[in-house]
Write a protein that binds this ligand. Sequence first.
Ligand code: CA
Length: 690
Amino acid sequence: MNQSVLIQTLLILLAGIAFQSCGPGNDQGSLSPAAIDDRVLVSASNFPGDWLNHGLDYAETRYSPLSQINSENVDRLGLAWSLELGTKRGIEATPIVVDGILYASGTWSDVFAIDARDGTMLWKWDAEVPREYADKSCCDVVNRGVAVYRGKVFVGTLDGRIAAIDAGTGETVWENLTVDPEDFHTITGAPRVVRGKVIIGNGGAEFGVRGYVSAYNAETGEMEWRTYTVPGDPSLPFESEAMEMAAETWNGEWWKYGGGGTAWDSFAYDPKLNLLYVGTGNGSPWNRHIRSPGGGDNLFLSSILALNPDNGEYVWHYQTTPGDAWDFTATQHMILADLELNGELRQVIMQAPKNGFFFVLDRKTGEFLSGEPYVEVTWATGIDGETGRPIEAPGADYKYAPMTMSPAVWGGHNWHPMSYNPDTGLVYIPATLRTATYSQDENFVRRTDGPYNFGAKAIGEAPSTGHLLAWDPVLQKEAWRVPHAIDWNGGTMTTAGNLVFQGTGDARFIAFNAATGERLWEMFAGTGIIATPVTYLVDGIQYVTILAGWGGAYGLTLSPGGEAANYQQVGRVYTFKLDGSAPLPEFAIMDRQIPEVIEQQRPSPQLALQGAEIYNEYCQKCHGGNAVSLGVLPDLRYSAIVPTEAFHATVLEGLLLPLGMPRYDDRLDSQQVKLIQAFLLSRIFELKEE
Ligand code: CA
C-alpha cells in the first residue's frame, strides 16, 4: 500500500467514524422509516447517509454532502451488487434510502424494498394495475418513485390510486382513488410528503383531461384538499378565486377539451415560507386556437404555482409559456437555492422547463429575476425584462403556416431531474436538442378513445442531440457541456466530492468532474439509463445506486446501430462502492434480423410521411419514436410481419392480441394501416441501406 492510498484509506475510515458519531444527536444508521417525520424531512441535510426526499431535500437539489467517493478516487468505483427487476419495460425511479434500505418503484407502479448492502429484495408490492392502462399512458408504464414517512411508503399508481405501504412488511395500509377511472388521468410521478400530507398530481393532458393536485392525510388516506390547475365549466361555481381569475384568461368552451395543465411530476417545498411549488403541464389540446379560440394566456398552463400546503390555496404563479401551443410543460424539476444576484442574497426557485429558457424567480413572490436560453430557442426571441414574459417569435403560431422550431415537444430538458451543487455554483441539466415542424391539424376532433388530442402536428427533424449541460444560474450562461451519443439521457446527481453522476440512454453510467466536466469514470450498463442516481452511507461506506431500464418510448430517437441497441433491455439496479468487485451481469444480445423486402415494396417518401403521421398518433407511444423501440416492445423495423399481409390482420383483427398487441379496427381503416405499413417499410429500407 503506497502512502497516498494509505492516507485515503485513513480518511475514509475517519469519514465513516465521523458520520457514525456526529449526527444531530443521532447515530447515523439509527434513523428508521418510522422515525421519518416532518422535523427529519425539513432537515434532510443533517442525515447525509440517507436519501430521504425524492430530490434528496425539500429544495430538490440532489446535492449530497458525502465525499468519500470524490474526483480523486472515483476511478476506483466498482460494482457492489446488481439485481434484475424482472421487467424489460421502463425504469425511471429515484429510490428513497433509509437506514440501508432502498425503496423504489418499477414498471406498472410496483414497489420494492432492497437491502442496500447486498441487493437482497426484502419485499415487493404488486400494484395490480390493469394492463389495459398501457393504452391510457402517454409514455410507457413507468413510475418515478415513492415517498417514505412515519413508517409508510407512498406510491401513486398508473391507474390513479395513491397507496400507503407498510415500510417493514410491504403490506398495503390504505389506498385511495385520486382520479375518475372513466377518463385518462394516470400517475407516473413521485408523491411528496409535506406536513403530514401526501401530495400527488397526475398526467393525461395528451388525452384531454383537466389537471389538479391533491393532498391526502398520510395516516388515514383521507383527501384533505384538491387544487385545480386550470378552470372548469364557468356555468358551475368556481372552486376558488384563483380559478375565477384564471378563467379570465380563457376563451370558448375550453372545459369541453379538458384544458390540461396536469401536474405530473415536479414539486418542491420551502418549510420557512411554508410554500409548496407545483410545476404544471401543457394545454389540452396543444393547439390554442382549438382550446381557447380568441386567445388568452390560459392560466395556469405551463406554470410554476406556489400553494399553501395546509389547504392548497393559491399564493402566486409564474407562467413560463403564456398561451402554450407546443407542449412546453413546466413540469420540469424545480430547485430552491439562495443565490447572490447583483450583490444581494436572493431566495430563488430555478427551473429549466421544456421551452428552453432557464428561469430564476424569487420564490417568495414569484417575481421574475432572470431567464436565458439554455439550449437553442427559436420559438421566442427572448424574455421581456419588465414583464417577465417570453416574446413569441413571428410564425411560432403555426395556425397559418407550419413552423420548424426548437425546442420541440421533447423539450430542451424533459422530466429527467437536474441537480445543483453549491460548491461549484452550477446546475447540471440533462439537455436535449431536437427541432420539430409544427402545423395545424385541420381534421381535429376531440377523441376519448385513445389517440393523442393534439390538434396539431409536430414532426421531429433530424438530427437530435443530447448533452450534459453545466449552467451558471447567476451569470445565466453555460459553464461547460459534454455531448452524449443520443438525445434522451438520465437525471443528474452531484456531490461534495466534486462529482456529477449521470446515466445515458446508450447505457453508460458516468461520473464527471463537477467543476470541469472531465469524464472520470464510466461503466457499460447493457441497458439504457434514464433514471437518476442516489448516494448514501451504509455502515460508514458510501454507495451510489442507479436504476437502469429503458422506457418512456414517447418521442425517442436513438442513433441506430449503437452498441446498446444490440442488447436485450432488462431493468436492473446497480450499486457501486470504492473497490467494489462484483461481476457485471451477463448482457443478452438481442436476436434481431432485418426482414426480407423486395424493391417493389419500397414506398414513396410521400406515402411514408403520411404513414409516419398515423404511426405517431397510434403506435409511437409503445413502439417508439421513428419506429426505434430498443427492445422494450418489439422494434417494428425488425418485424417479419411488417412486410407481409399478416400486418393488416395484426393491426385490425388482433392476430397478436394474446401477446398484448391491441386490435385497432375501431380506430383505423385498412387504408390507414397501409400507410403505417408504408412508413415502417421505409424504415426497414433505411436500415438495410445503412
Ligand atoms: Ca405533454
